[in-house]
Each structure stands twice: as structure tokens, then as C-alpha cells.
Design a binder for this molecule. Structure first.
Ligand code: PXL
Length: 278
């Protein structure tokens, strides 16, 4: 995988305003030196998290089969696929069906389940989305949940203040249920946050980083995009976790002094440093 020019497909929504999903993934993957093709799953006026007072959403599910069939005719294949916020339950099935005709041999599928945070599902989703997302996760090579999503995927009730041992048990369970290397972010460790990568119950990598005093929307997308870029570029799991975590923390540090910037993180301010890593 190393050093050659590669093409990734990222599948997620366009939130026109709000620094998340495709407006984050496209610049970050490009900054890593990877050709980035996009498949927009829905078109939203802005993201659906608190702060905005509503949102518009055009679901693009109907367009997907036509796009897949056109790409198939052209023989278009990808070196990796990275999925995030999808627009509907049927989209997950359509994507699963199309995967074999989209991915090159041994090309990784990286799945950020992007459906919940802080103990709750995002407003557009319900349990049927979780059940369908489990099927996509079962096909993933890398799975990037936050703690809430990890609980949903493992059928474990989410609880505020889960301890380190409890979380390690959760990620082991998740990695035994799904084939993927599971990379769990946001493990509370006092003044720091931990990241743990486990496959088949076996710990592969871990990292700790500064815990900022405030959460910011879209940081999961920033982490997943930088992780995908680093992994596609280097194939090195530990390095990819470190690169993605440091980039996310830097983006947050560069944002928190500006209270008017409540809707996302200023990741653009750290992009040139990211580019220099490759
Ligand atoms: O950051 C995840 C995300 C992506 N896209 C949309 C969202 C969210 C989280 O709320 O609302 C539309």
C-alpha cells in the first residue's frame, strides 16, 4: 500500500454548513496526498446537532444504484472505502451489495458508524438504522466507533462514567463480534483520553492524548478522515492513530479560544502540518 498514488471513495453526507462529513473528509484526505472520490448520501443545510435550530435534508438514496451501475460500466475501482454518516437504512444495503464491484482486491473498508454520541442516537436515526449498520460493520476491516456507538454495536447499555476496565471489556467484545480492527476513541483516563485498537480480542495499539476542556462537534469525522488518510498512505496502525489523534487535538486547540466557532473545529489551521507527515 505504501508510497503510490491511491484513490479512496468516501461515502457520507454533505452538510453545507457545520464542518463535518464530506466538507471535512475531502480536504483532509486530499491533504494526505490521496485522490478522494465522494459519494454524497444526503444533502443537508447544516448538521443535525444542537446549536442549529433545525435542518433541511434531501435524501440521495435513489441516486445510488444509478451511480454504482455507471461506475461498474467504467470499471472504476477504489484502493479503499471510508464510510461515515449515511442518509437512510436502505442505503446501507445498497452499499453492501455494491462493495465487491467497487473495491480492489484486499482494499480496506473503513467504517465510522457515525450514528450516535453522548449516549443518544443522532436525530435522524432510530434502532432500525443501528441494526442495519451492524451489517456494514460486520463487513468492515477497520471500525471507528465512539463509546456510544460501541455500546450500540455490542448491545451493551451506555452509561455515563464507564470505567477503564469496563470499556476494555466492551471493545474486546466488539472485536470478537465483528471481524474488524476496532479503534475506540475517547476512553476517559483522568486528564487524558485514550484510544485502543483491538482485533479478535487482541490489543494491537494504544495511545493517550490531552483531554480538552470542551467537546466540539465534528471531531469524530476529523479523526476518522485523518486516520483513513494515514492508514491508506502508510499501512501503519499505530502511526495512523497517533497522527489522527494529534491532528484532532490541534484542530480543537485552535478553535476553543473562539467562542463564536461553536459548530465545529477549525481543522484547516492544522492541515499543512498534516500534509508534512507524508
Ligand atoms: O459528525 C457526524 C455527523 C455527520 N453528518 C451529519 C450530522 C452529524 C452529527 O450530528 O448531523 C448530518
Amino acid at each position: 500500500m505504501k508510497n503510490s498514488y491511491q484513490r479512496v471513495l468516501t461515502v457520507q453526507d454533505i452538510s453545507c454548513v457545520g464542518q463535518c462529513s464530506l466538507t471535512v473528509a475531502l480536504p483532509i484526505l486530499s491533504a494526505c496526498g490521496i485522490e478522494t472520490c465522494i459519494l454524497p448520501t444526503a444533502l443537508l443545510s447544516n448538521h443535525t446537532a444542537k446549536g442549529f435550530h433545525g435542518f433541511t435534508c434531501l435524501d440521495l438514496t435513489k441516486e445510488l444504484p444509478a451511480i454504482f451501475s455507471q461506475w461498474k460500466k467504467e470499471g472504476i475501482l477504489f484502493d479503499a472505502i471510508y464510510t461515515g454518516y449515511l442518509g437512510s437504512v436502505p442505503q446501507i444495503g445498497l452499499l453492501l451489495e455494491a462493495l465487491p464491484s467497487l473495491l480492489k482486491e484486499n482494499a480496506p473498508l473503513i467504517v465510522d458508524p457515525a450514528m450516535a454520541d453522548y449516549g443518544a442516537l443522532y436525530p435522524a436515526f432510530d434502532q432500525s438504522y443501528v441494526e442495519e449498520m451492524k451489517k456494514l460493520c460486520a463487513r468492515a476491516d477497520y471500525l471507528l466507533p465512539n463509546l456510544t456507538e460501541a455500546c450500540l454495536l455490542a448491545d451493551v447499555p451506555y452509561r455515563e462514567g464507564m470505567g477503564e476496565g469496563e470499556i476494555e471489556g466492551l471493545i474486546e467484545k466488539l472485536s470478537e463480534r465483528y471481524f474488524a480492527t476496532v479503534v475506540l476513541k475517547g476512553i476517559p483516563l483522568g486528564d487524558e483520553l485514550g484510544i485502543l485498537a483491538v482485533k479478535g480480542g487482541k490489543k494491537l495499539a494504544s495511545y493517550r492524548h490531552r483531554r480538552l476542556p470542551q467537546n466540539l462537534h465534528g471531531t469524530g469525522d476529523i479523526f476518522a478522515s485523518a486516520f483513513s488518510g494515514a492508514l491508506i498512505k502508510t499501512g501503519d496502525l499505530s502511526r495512523s492513530i497517533r497522527t489522527a489523534a494529534d491532528f484532532t487535538v490541534k484542530s480543537m486547540e485552535n478553535t476553543l479560544s473562539d467562542p463564536s466557532h461553536w459548530y465545529g473545529a477549525k481543522f484547516e489551521t492544522a492541515l499543512s502540518e498534516l500534509t508534512q507527515k507524508f
